[in-house]
Design a protein. Structure first.
Lengths: 308, 312
């Protein structure tokens, strides 16, 4: 007879798998949208939007009194698009560069959000700290019935967002590609460059707010920017970049989650850390490989550099 | 009303300490931030601020002593390390500076959260001290902390005033500065170190997420008022100090909102005051304020011949 209490504990429980699946869904959805931000050199706008959605979320909460996702999604999307709009207007009117204009916009909106939240803090468990680092570990405790089985609510939402992202991206692929690489040429083809830009900003804001509940508003930036930026290091072609970014996003989420489980620490934080390590590691690898290739082609590395 | 009078006459010693230290910090941050903004490095402070969170946690692990000064040294070390990594990636790849900055901001912040959760899990570890760094606890500053902030502010202001000409040259025409033999690399590095110092000094009062506002908003507001560097520096310092004093005052005077657990958070109130001053500057500035531009445009459409003649 085997004593059942001596049986090894399963390494991963069903809850762990669901949490991991949620992280992968969030990471891939954000990573795909983020590729376009990276290509348009708007990575910091992703950072700005993810900070600035705070007053939208707090405002929706103060108005409706519930933590329902839909009003928060609407509030955050409006503020997200407004952030993009205000920062470009400030850059033009205030004669400051784009970074400074974004810095002014998102810090002001974030401060407004923190003040609004501390007004509402007593009534709910909506505290600014949890907005910053998310609660990935609590994902399995909040489920909805889907196809006869309990599915974490966050996973259902993120799955829906991922599907919508992919459908929109396929439908407007030509427009996105043309505006990201050469907006003047795109305009000459009759594409409404401004409309595509606003649509992308709305998508970033919507993704951010759905993902932020589980991963937090600052870590969502890692999910938005890191997969695209890392994939961009390895390839110069658009479609392979999108595939590679999805792969990197999934791998980062899985490795980060497992590492966090092993060290008993924050999963969202670990995923962001692994994203950064992956990016810096890729920079090192790409530079090394590039140097090796150059030297093997020319034979004499000291002369392979172009003359000044 | 009596409360308001007490506050305005600075009789309350704790409010006096908080106001004085945040105002000095805001002046230093405005001066350093103006140069950083003109050098197109406005958001470097944000990366440093986020990188300081793991620095604070590491200092907590390594040093037995958990005084504010030790934690801030840890923050400074990691902030400088973050800048060094960003500069290295930049030099190696020619890749997108914005992507590197965004990844550094969230990656280091993630590392900070990982470490702070580990501290929380340790027996006897409590994170109460660390949570204060996220949004700042200006209202609970004590006199010894204020001295630290004052010292940093004094160093930053003195350095900038002493090297005013060199920094101005660096910001407006780096190639020319290099051409006439100014040590541009060293000046750039010095500016970044000053950004890191001021950011770290601002952490206890304004917090990791919002400290960059002190570096960015007053200079952006001052930019509306002037095109000359020295005037802009003075204006930025004045706007920074005013935001700190008004913001701290408001958060102390306003009655706590009904049903809320805490009062008005000081750090965010300072940032919101700065934002209001920025919007006012944008609207009212004499030469390129929005109202002035609209008025001029209106007059031109009215068909005032002298203006038409001047501009066309």
């Amino acid at each position: 007879m085997i004593d059942p209490s001596l049986a090894p504990e399963p390494w991963l429980t069903v809850d762990d798998l669901w949490t991991m699946a949620t992280a992968v869904l969030a990471s891939v959805a954000c990573g795909l949208v983020g590729c376009w931000l990276v290509l348009r050199r708007l990575s910091l706008l992703g950072d700005a939007i993810s900070h600035a959605v705070l007053p939208g979320i707090a405002g929706a909460f103060l108005l409706t009194g519930t933590r329902d996702v839909l009003p928060m999604l609407a509030g955050a999307t409006v503020i997200g698009v407004a952030t993009a709009f205000i920062s470009s207007a400030l850059g033009r009117w205030g004669r400051v560069d784009r970074d400074a204009a974004m810095g002014v916009t998102f810090t002001s909106l974030f401060a407004l959000g923190v003040v609004m939240m501390s007004l509402a803090a007593r009534q709910v468990d909506l505290d600014p700290g949890c907005v910053l680092y998310g609660l990935l570990e609590f994902v399995p405790f909040d489920t909805v019935e889907l196809l006869g089985m309990p599915v974490p609510r966050a996973a259902a939402w993120l799955g829906a967002v991922l599907v919508i992202d992919v459908v929109l991206m396929l439908a407007f692929f030509k427009e996105l590609r043309a505006t990201s690489f050469d907006s003047a040429h795109a305009a000459s083809l009759g594409i409404r460059v401004g409309v595509v830009h606003l649509g992308l900003m709305a998508a970033v804001a919507a993704n951010t707010v759905v993902a932020f509940e589980s991963v937090g508003s600052i870590l969502v930036v890692a999910m938005l920017v890191a997969p695209g930026a890392t994939a961009r290091l390895w390839t110069d072609r658009l479609v392979p970049m999108l595939w590679l970014a999805s792969g990197i996003a999934s791998a980062t989420a899985i490795v980060g989650y497992l590492a966090a489980l092993e060290l008993n620490t924050s999963a969202a934080g670990m995923i962001a850390t692994i994203s950064m390590v992956g990016y810096v590691g890729s920079v090192g690898a790409v530079v090394t490989i590039g140097a090796t290739r150059r030297s093997s082609r020319v034979g004499r590395p000291s002369l392979s550099e172009p003359l000044p | 009303m009596a409360e308001l009078f007490r506050l305005l006459s600075l009789q309350d010693s704790s409010t006096r300490v908080v106001m004085l230290s945040t105002a000095c910090l805001a002046v230093a941050a405005a001066l350093v931030g103006s140069l950083a903004m003109l050098r197109r490095r406005a958001l470097v402070g944000d990366a440093v601020a986020h990188a300081s969170l793991p620095g604070i946690c590491l200092a907590w692990f390594v040093a037995g002593d958990r005084s504010l000064a030790v934690l801030l040294v840890g923050a400074l070390v990691l902030g400088l390390a973050c800048m060094a990594i960003m500069a290295l990636v930049q030099r190696l790849t020619k890749a997108r500076e914005d992507a590197t900055t965004a990844i550094a901001i969230s990656g280091f912040f993630g590392l900070g959260i990982v470490l702070s959760r580990m501290i929380q899990n340790q027996p006897g570890g409590n994170r109460a001290g660390l949570d204060g760094f996220l949004f700042g606890k200006a209202a609970s500053a004590v006199t010894s902390d204020a001295w630290l902030v004052l010292a940093v502010a004094a160093i930053a202001v003195t350095t900038i005033l002493a090297l005013r000409k060199e920094f101005g040259l660096l910001c407006f025409d780096r190639d020319f500065a290099a051409g006439i033999g100014r040590p541009v690399h060293r000046l750039d590095a010095l500016l970044l170190v000053l950004v890191a110092l001021v950011t770290v000094a601002g952490l206890p009062s304004v917090g990791v997420v919002l400290v960059v506002a002190l570096l960015v908003i007053p200079p952006a507001a001052a930019r509306c008022w002037s095109s000359s560097l020295s005037t802009m520096l003075v204006a930025a310092a004045a706007i920074g100090a005013a935001s700190a004093i008004i913001g701290t005052g408001l958060s102390a005077v306003l009655p706590p909102p009904a049903g809320a657990s805490g009062g008005w958070p000081t750090g965010p109130m300072i940032v919101l005051t700065a934002a209001v001053l920025f919007v006012l500057s944008l609207l009212l500035a004499p030469e390129r304020g929005v109202l002035m531009v609209m008025w001029r445009w209106h007059r031109r459409r009215e068909g005032n011949p002298s203006i038409l003649g001047n501009t066309r």
